[in-house]
Design a protein around this ligand. Structure first.
Ligand SMILES: [Zn+2]
Length: 117
């Protein structure tokens, strides 16, 4: 990180530790966030710089928009996976009605939907 990098901090107390939820200030519940350069934060000396590393890491983890996209993809995957499993169970029971051993049934479902288990 360089001094020009910006860090997300609480708009009220200007601390990353507050935004991270580690040490909430009195106004945290109504505060928003702002981006502040490391140079500025170093001048203010409000908290240990380690919190800026944590904040930077969290900024890169999953921005909100990515998280929404991720959730939509995950839901679509679960729905299509469920359909594939149900179709596989249907096929298996039609082709081999005697399959009653759960382990064998799970294995055949896994093979049919092409997953590792
Ligand atoms: Zn705060």
């Amino acid at each position: 990180m360089t001094g020009k990098d910006s860090i997300t901090v609480c708009s009220e107390c200007k601390r990353a530790s507050c935004w991270l939820g580690l040490f909430l200030c009195e106004k945290a519940h109504s505060a928003s966030t702002i981006e502040v350069s490391i140079e500025q934060l170093q001048e203010w000396k409000l908290e240990h710089p380690d919190y800026w590393d944590h904040a930077k890491f969290r900024q890169h983890m999953l921005p909100d928009d990515d998280l929404k996209d991720c959730k939509v993809l995950l839901e679509a995957f679960v729905i299509s996976f469920r359909t594939r499993v149900l179709e596989a169970v249907d096929d298996i029971l039609h082709s081999d009605p005697a399959v009653s051993d759960p382990t064998r049934l799970y294995k055949r479902i896994a093979d049919a939907v092409n997953i590792q288990c």
